[in-house]
Design a protein around this ligand. Sequence first.
Ligand code: ADP
Length: 423
Amino acid sequence: MSQTLLGCIADDFTGGTDLASMLVRGGMRTLQVIGVPSGPIDADVDAVVIALKSRTLPADEAVAESLAALRWLQAAGCRQYFFKYCSTFDSTAQGNIGPVADALLDALKAPFALACPAFPENQRTLFNGHLFVGDTLLSESGMRHHPLTPMTDANLVRVLQQQTPRKVGLVRHATVVQGADAVRQAFSELQADGHGYAIVDAISNDDLTTIGEAARDALLVTGGSGVAIGLPGNFKRAGLLPDAACAAALPHVEGLAAVLSGSCSVATNGQVAAWLDSGRPSFAIDPLQLADGHDLVSKALQWAAPLLPNGPVLIYASAQPEAVKAVQARLGAQAAGELVERALSQIAAGLLELKVRTFVVAGGETSGAVVKALGVDALRIGNSITPGVPWTVGHGRTTVALALKSGNFGGPDFFAQALELAP
Ligand code: ADP
């Protein structure tokens, strides 16, 4: 690999893609890898995002995985490191943001890091250390009921302080608006006063740009994807980042195309309905038939084979809430989910045999399962189809174009729109 400037560790897969999209937007050619690669990767990129699944792991496991990712990125010669977590600071009571950031600082022998999950474009703002989701404090938002990472305190100085023995300080918005030098000065003062972290306020993209500029010399930056807005500019000003125009360029992928949908979210159900209304070919997977031992995988593939040369097909398990409830009542939610994910991954592998190389996949968990079945372990990130969903080109057993959409993204015509923009 040639010079990699920025090495990122993301605590979940879609968060990694979100960050990678942001870096591409800033002019950095970016590769996302799924888990820590077993060896060096030969790719000419400016940034690498290692996507882990560490958000809700026990803290010691999250730390071990994050350190393994850091070692890989250090071996790739990165100049700066970024620990990406959710814009709602999702963490369990015991961690993992504090313990992972502590371990990364120790390993890098760095004394200090900023922490800023704010993402104003997505209505996550941070003021006086308090995180807002839209007009609501984090602790009063839906996040207070999250099944795995309930967030019941909006004061991030307090939240992070509970996760680390290092002292946590605050850089207020009044300082951020004074510009990067003022923020850097505030960091120095906090550090001199024995702080290891600064929560930094941000209520606009301008604030994020200022914070990014202030982090120019920081070995470790921690935050949501928003704060990455300001980082590419530092490398550009240092003359390290060439021509931004080609950052999103993806190689053309030759082959047939298919849409796989395992998401039952409202947006996805609308997208499936729009596809059906347009009269394009579709095949429904009924989980109850799967449970009864019907070989719907072979059936779907036999159905698709003659149609694919004429254009993309949709294979979907997506269903309305009542139907999903009925399936879950019989099979259990977990078992039903796994059954459908297994079928859709086997179908994906079968479609690959049928020369499909362009996949639009709906559903976060579904995407994870499909990517695994296709043997993809690295994704080059291209332009966004809709905010948060870029086209990617995946490398693994073979090269494939992938649009991986988590449930509630995209308008009704997302599938057709994505296929039109395919690399
Ligand atoms: P989203 O991003 O919308 O949450 P996911 O793929 O992450 O979508 O999750 C949807 C889950 O629902 C998956 O585990 C999938 O296998 C499961 N699923 C899909 N269709 C059905 C269905 N008809 N009945 C029950 N579960 C389903």
